[in-house]
Design a protein around this ligand. Structure first.
Ligand code: DAH
Length: 350
């Protein structure tokens, strides 16, 4: 092997060992750079004759071209390898199924509460929220249900810490304490009008929320929802209650084929009191009377506890079980389904 062949072979070997473009450029400099081997050989021809230059130059050129060819091939190979690595790193399997975005939604009972708020809102009712841990006063006494009143045993109460020994705090057994809480605030806000003997704006409010009783079966849950309603003014009667209720239930169930019945009943905080039943003319529940709310004219003692004069102020109140309404609206037969948190059940309401 002559000197030039050896040179080409060693260039090829060095290029092949170069693992990166930077290594390769260093290797190239050894042969083709300013003081590279080929360049040196060219310089070495200075002393030769024209004839010798010609033949020698041609041989060196052949070697130079071979080295350049090897360099370019190696450059290409390194670039290809780099691209390959990059493509591998960014590999994307377009055949994989896409990631779907889970969309949440409101619980059916929340949907009902929103609906109730919208319907009563359109009739001019405010929406009030109150505490779920209540005092004995707001839950019972202020609602005309004093200690030892037999009506207290209608509610199986969860008692909690706090309060006094004979009147411990409790988880509210109904939303009715909100009647007092809201009315007292309302009266406070308008006290100057009342003091001046002027007319106070009517109290018109609903108070939806969670309520608690020691009770559990297919139609009772220890935690359940109610919506309280209160309309107090100077001349608010049972007739207004009937109009409001008829309007409400027909709007809620989206049918005019629905009638109401008031069944005499007893609640300590209303006099007279009535249970409200509704009946559909058609559909799966047609012909059955369904109990949907308790109601009545607010008892004078309760009006007094609101800070108002029962000789002047009168009104109605009601309390409806909103879980029951949700069951009726969606045809659900077991109340517990609402609170099991089973996504297969809940996702049907989206
Ligand atoms: N608080 C009663 C209950 O939970 C329901 C009720 C009845 C509320 C009559 C009222 C009412 O405001 O006037 O059983």
């Amino acid at each position: 092997m002559n000197e030039l062949d050896t040179l080409v072979t060693s260039a090829q070997a060095l290029f092949a060992q170069s693992a990166s473009p930077a290594d390769l450029e260093n290797a190239k400099a050894q042969f083709l750079g300013k003081s590279g081997r080929i360049t040196e050989l060219m310089k070495g021809m200075a002393a030769l004759s024209v004839e010798e230059k010609k033949s020698r130059g041609a041989v060196i050129n052949v070697a130079k071209q071979a080295i350049e060819a090897a360099l370019n091939a190696r450059r290409q190979a390194l670039a290809d390898a780099e691209l390959e690595t990059q493509l591998k790193a960014e590999a994307l399997d377009v055949t994989l199924p896409g990631r779907s975005r889970m969309s949440g939604g409101l619980h059916p009972v929340s949907l009902t509460l929103e609906r109730i708020e919208a319907i009563f809102g359109s009739m001019g009712f405010d929406v009030a929220q109150g505490p779920e841990i209540e005092t004995d006063w707001f839950n019972f006494t202020a609602l005309n249900t004093p200690q030892d009143h037999p009506a207290r045993s209608m509610h199986d109460t969860f008692y909690v810490e706090g309060g006094s020994t004979d009147a411990p705090n409790l988880l509210r057994t109904h939303t009715s304490p909100m009647q007092i809480r809201h009315a007292v605030q309302h009266v406070k806000r308008h006290q100057s009008l009342l003091d001046a003997g002027q007319r106070m704006p009517e109290i018109r409010v609903i108070a939806p929320g969670r309520t608690y009783r020691v009770d559990s079966d297919a139609t009772h849950s220890p935690m359940f929802h109610q919506c309280e309603g209160l309309w107090v003014g100077e001349n608010v009667s049972f007739k207004d209650l009937k109009v409001v209720f008829t309007d409400f239930y027909r709007t809620f169930f989206e049918t005019d084929d629905l009638v109401l019945r008031f069944r005499p009943s007893f609640f300590p905080f209303t006099e007279p009191s009535a249970e409200v039943d509704i009946q559909f003319a058609s559909g799966p529940l047609a012909g059955r009377w369904l109990e949907v709310a308790g109601s009545g004219e607010v008892h004078p003692n309760v009006i007094r506890n609101m800070g108002l004069d029962p000789e002047r102020y009168i009104g109605f109140a009601f309390g409806m079980g909103t879980d029951r309404l949700t069951m009726l609206r969606y045809g659900v037969s077991d109340l517990r389904l609402f609170f099991d948190g089973d996504i297969r059940f809940l996702s049907q309401f989206q």
